[in-house]
Design a protein around this ligand. Structure first.
Ligand code: B12
Ligand code: SF4
Length: 593
């Protein structure tokens, strides 16, 4: 129990922290804060007034608002027009009352209006913008954090990749996830809301890499994953004492509340069923975000298999995309997960390493459980490059054999390659594309090596004076932001674009298809590679017309073109994915079917 208010106390002004805000319109919280201002009156022994605009009823603070139902719950008060920087009659000041624990009752229900934003990278406004890439996945990280809020809190998620962010609203808290490429946009949004007196929280990969930079635009920053720090902050915030920085140290996914998928606008995404059942990765490649982000705690951990299966079961439709860095990273977990998924009739895609693909057993189990396409980090065909970048798990592995194993199990390959490592000369683009086509790789993802701040690679490049820009907008793996060893920056960028063009020519798509031993594999190769890249204008058209969900059955039918799917339980996505965010199983539980 919190101590009872000491009615004889008055309010020492020196304890006030003042930020600009708006008064009695807007959120529930704001209205409640008005009620708290009445508590202030009571505690200063002033008589509360009903619906007052009078300036004098709280001598220390100025005007206040509504009176009924006041309870001394928080240390935050909304007051009107008492301070010189108030902009208009309707403006007010939020006054945080610190160091007065007798007012706060920690844990009592202070309803908060929270706005979560995933800002887009700058190119979203460019005519060259490719909507399909950014309409794939919803903001899963934010939906995960939303799960920690109270059901009575008012929360929205806005994803700027697929919708316009509203700027005229007045939440109590703004939560922004910051990637390197969206950092400048994120900071502009943060500054906008801070000017409006909103408490701004910034977190995510870029904030963790460069906390000092982010702190200039935030009231609170979060370093590392948010599952421990975010609930700690919420408790502090509700008690009126939010700290400026929270650093993650407790790494567990146990007791994770359900991801708030109800906040995701499913119809705006091609793959609304993205899911992560682990965090991090057991490896340490020197160009990867992973070590910096997970510093100070475990760098790889999983949910329980039961929790993962329960989350899968809650997802409507048939198609899933695991966004885990390495779905095979913990062999025991993966084995139990795939065994549990067998018979669920799912079709899914994921990412893993060459090393684990070559390990007997896992690929077979995954394929039986519905794996149909795997993103594999080959990165480079050069051993010297692998050694230099600490990609030890790829050393001495037979890449061609890994691809064969996947194809033999009916799994398509999305091969990831990085250009610009020190051993890469001008011929690297053609050699890599030719190799991938000859192996029958269905899709390829190319990147220009990018030294993200916080990584070992970044430190090395910086120490060697090889970084050519710190404009984070360009750190998008499509620009040369460092001086390559055996290429010029423009050779690197041109070669990167040429590799994409070449890989996806019809000639190479057909050549790649012919590498498959069976007709089904060939047809699927053409349909997937051709449908994905060559029909991009059509995808973009559908997205702009807000019909991306209508394309999902096409994706599922290509993924299910494998001998493994004969006789599998099949619900077509259009029939089973009812856009409500509730799986058929949930309907049954609710007695709706
Ligand atoms: C899905 C994904 C995408 C999707 C969509 C992103 C989305 N909807 O969130 C798409 C395809 C659009 C995409 C695009 C790109 N991506 Co991407 N993407 C990913 C991927 C695979 C998964 C992200 C995810 O959902 N993770 C799972 C959730 C649960 O974790 P989370 O999002 O990180 O959120 C947690 C924490 O970060 C933290 N947190 C985040 N925000 C906040 C805020 C607060 C207040 C708090 C408390 C906590 C907090 O708490 C969350 C829960 O723990 C990651 C790899 C990875 N493993 O993260 C790469 C990754 C994020 N992408 C990356 C890159 C480089 C890009 C691109 C530049 C690539 C390109 N060449 O085009 C673009 C540009 C993106 C942009 N808009 O700026 C890099 C980012 C590097 C960096 N330092 O920022 C990553 C790490 C891949 C990598 N290994 O290099 N990406
Ligand atoms: S294997 Fe992939 S996710 Fe893991 S550290 Fe290397 S690049 Fe990062």
């Amino acid at each position: 129990m919190a101590p009872a208010p000491d009615e004889s106390r008055t309010f020492p002004r020196s304890d006030l922290v003042v930020t600009a805000g708006t008064s009695d319109r807007g959120s529930t919280t704001r209205r409640r804060l008005l009620l708290y201002s009445v508590v202030a009156q009571r505690l200063t022994t002033e008589k509360p007034k009903r619906r007052s605009n009078c300036a004098d009823n709280v001598p220390n603070f100025g005007r206040c608002g509504e009176t009924s139902g006041a309870r001394p719950l928080a240390r935050t008060f909304t007051l009107r027009a008492a301070y010189p920087d108030t902009r208009s009659r309707d403006d007010a000041l939020m006054v945080s009352w610190r160091a007065n624990p007798w007012i706060a009752h920690p844990g009592e229900d202070v309803h908060v209006k929270v706005k979560m934003v995933l800002p887009a990278l700058t190119e979203v406004t460019s005519p060259l913008f490719r909507p399909i890439k950014y309409s794939l996945f919803p903001p899963l990280g934010l939906a995960t954090l939303a799960g920690f809020l109270d059901p009575s809190d008012d929360v929205t998620i806005e994803d700027e990749h697929v919708e316009r962010v509203r700027l005229d609203d007045e939440p109590d808290l703004v939560v922004i996830q910051v990637y390197i490429t969206s950092a400048s946009r994120a900071y502009r949004l943060a500054d906008h809301y801070r000017r409006r007196g909103v408490h701004v929280c910034l977190g995510g990969l870029h904030v963790t890499s460069l906390p000092d930079e982010a702190a200039q635009h935030a009231d609170t920053i979060f370093l590392g994953p948010g599952e421990d720090t975010w609930p700690a902050f919420l408790t502090d915030y509700r008690a009126g004492r939010p700290a400026p920085l929270y650093r993650s140290t407790q790494r567990t996914l146990a007791q994770l509340p359900p991801v708030r998928r109800d906040l995701i606008k499913r119809q705006l995404y091609l793959v609304p069923n993205s899911i992560v059942v682990s965090r991090g990765c057991p490896h340490s490649c020197d160009f990867c975000y992973k070590d910096a982000f997970f510093e100070g705690g475990r760098g790889f951990y999983t949910q329980t298999v039961e929790a993962a299966l329960a989350e899968i079961d809650r997802l409507p439709g048939r198609h899933l995309y695991f966004l885990d860095d390495h779905i095979f990273g913990n062999a025991r977990f993966a084995t139990e997960l795939f065994e549990g998924m067998r018979g669920m009739g799912r079709l899914w895609q994921a990412a893993a390493t060459v090393q684990t693909v070559l390990r007997p057993g896992l690929v077979e189990l995954a394929a039986e459980a519905g794996l149909r396409s795997l993103f594999v980090g080959f990165e480079t065909l050069s051993t010297a490059n692998l050694v230099r970048h600490g990609k030890r798990q790829n050393l001495g592995r037979d890449y061609a054999e890994a691809i064969r194993r996947l194809h033999d199990n009916g799994v398509m390959v999305n091969a990831s390659f990085v250009f610009g490592m020190d051993d890469d000369g001008p011929d690297v683009f053609e050699r890599t594309v030719d190799w991938a086509v000859r192996q029958g790789v269905e899709t390829a993802t190319f990147h220009i090596l990018t030294p993200y701040p916080g990584t070992v690679l970044y430190q090395r490049m910086k120490a060697a004076g090889r970084l050519v820009t710190s404009d984070w907008d360009r750190y998008d793996t499509r620009h040369a932001v460092f001086m390559p060893a055996r290429l010029t920056p423009s050779e690197l960028e041109e070669g990167y674009w040429r590799a994409y063009r070449e890989f996806y020519t019809w000639r190479n798509i057909v050549r790649g298809a012919r590498a498959h031993p069976d007709l089904r594999g060939m047809l699927r190769h053409v349909a997937y590679a051709g449908g994905w890249k060559r029909c991009e204008p059509l995808w973009d058209l559908a997205i702009r017309a807000r019909h991306v969900a209508a394309l999902r059955p096409a994706l599922e039918s290509v993924l299910s073109t494998t001998r493994r799917d004969r006789g599998a339980r099949v619900e077509t996505s259009s029939a089973s994915d009812d856009e409500s965010g509730v799986s058929p199983h949930d309907h049954a539980r609710q007695g709706l079917v």
